[in-house]
Ligand binder design. Structure first.
Ligand SMILES: CC[C@@H](C(=O)O)C(=O)SCCNC(=O)CCNC(=O)[C@H](O)C(C)(C)COP(=O)(O)OP(=O)(O)OC[C@H]1O[C@@H](n2cnc3c(N)ncnc32)[C@H](O)[C@@H]1OP(=O)(O)O
Length: 338
């Protein structure tokens, strides 16, 4: 199994129809069990276990099981903007939400773009880090309200929600250390996007705000679940219940922001905020890609899996780096210190 071809993707290839007929679901459950057991000895098994845990819902005729292709087609009907990806030699990629005339709001086609960029990053085996930013000095103002108005029926709204929830879950699970570079405003789904990164760097004059309550909504892209895990349930309740504006100071205080970037002043020669973000991230991505990716994998499984599965995953991932080039090189250099 390809290192990052999640079990669910294989299942979708085998049976792309939705809802899946019961007989098909029974067969697919057997296939899923076989895939999980056959790849359990490699780190692929760890990934299969991790992803299975989150896709197992569809084993129980998950009501949210839907045909990705169907919603992808619907979303394409709402064009505008783009999600751009720059993969750099350094192993750090930059993902840019690019729709400045709409404060980088996600049009439907941009949601499809995002999922395609995540797929590209899942296949990027040299990657170590990722910076997610918005164009033109602001982060993202959530869903494009014009698109939201057009797909406001519950079925399509739910499908859009699941499409973005899946895309952001896969984004957070990338074996890359990711940071959201928050300049200007991150609102609604834009605030949720910040939580789909491992870290958040806020410009001193930026704001993160979960405005959903003002829309008569709650987060749907997974932002609530991730927010609780980031800042705790009490703070999450305050941010969601009060649609509270989180500035850089409050962000640091509650742990939503991991650092504050100074607004670059040309005369002081301070680099752009993207350069500052790359400098900040470099302390965690310095080193061989296999080791950096292994670090993210063991932390991710520790965060998402029950202890016994997390320990098994850790053992599997350890096995991929023990005796590897970086380990042997380190041992050789240490032997000189006798
Ligand atoms: C799961 C959550 C998800 C969902 O439910 O689908 C959502 O995210 S719902 C959307 C949540 N986001 C918002 O409610 C933010 C809406 N925008 C604003 O509050 C303001 O635009 C702003 C972001 C605070 C910026 O205000 P301001 O500086 O005054 O600029 P403008 O308001 O004039 O905006 C400039 C320009 O951009 C358009 N714009 C901004 N945000 C969106 C958006 N989310 N969708 C569509 N268009 C947006 C705005 O209409 C202006 O365009 P023009 O009127 O053509 O100049």
């Amino acid at each position: 199994m390809c290192e990052f071809l999640p079990v669910k993707s294989i299942i979708n290839i085998l049976c792309p129809v939705s809802p899946r007929p019961r007989c098909c679901r029974m067969v697919l459950c057997a296939v899923r069990r076989q895939l999980l057991s056959s790849s359990s000895s490699s780190s692929g098994g760890a990934w299969a276990r991790l992803l299975h845990r989150h896709s197992s819902g569809c084993v129980h005729t998950n009501v949210h099981d839907f045909n990705q292709d169907e919603i992808r087609e619907k979303l394409q009907a709402f064009p505008g903007g783009s999600v751009d990806l720059l993969k750099q030699e350094s192993g750090v990629a930059v993902l840019t939400v690019n729709n400045p005339s709409r404060m980088n709001a996600f049009s439907g086609s941009m949601m499809v773009d995002l999922e395609e960029r995540v797929s590209q990053l899942e296949s990027w085996t040299d990657g170590k880090g990722l910076i997610v930013q918005g164009a033109a000095g602001t982060f993202c103002s959530g869903s494009d309200l014009n698109a939201v108005r057009a797909i406001s029926n519950p079925q399509d709204g739910m499908k859009m929600c699941m499409f973005m929830q899946n895309a952001l879950t896969r984004l957070l699970r990338l074996p890359l250390i990711s940071v959201a570079l928050v300049e200007g405003r991150a609102l609604g789904g834009g605030a949720e996007l910040t939580t789909a990164c491992d870290f958040r760097l806020m410009a001193s004059d930026s704001v993160i705000q979960f405005v959903h309550k003002h829309m008569g909504l709650v987060p749907g892209w997974g932002g609530a679940a991730r927010l609780v895990r980031t800042v705790g349930s009490q703070n999450a309740l305050k941010l969601l219940g009060g649609a509270r504006k989180v500035d850089a100071e409050l962000g640091l205080q509650i742990g939503l922001a991991d650092a504050v970037l100074e607004v670059p002043r040309a005369e002081e020669g301070a680099g752009t905020q993207l350069q500052q973000a790359e400098d900040w991230l470099s302390r965690y991505t310095k080193g061989p890609a296999p080791v950096i990716r292994a670090v993210k994998k063991v932390v991710l499984s520790g965060r998402e899996l029950p202890l016994s599965e997390a320990l098994r995953t850790e053992k599997d991932v350890f096995g991929t780096v023990w005796g590897g080039p970086a380990n042997l090189h380190a041992l050789a250099s240490k032997s000189k210190h006798r």
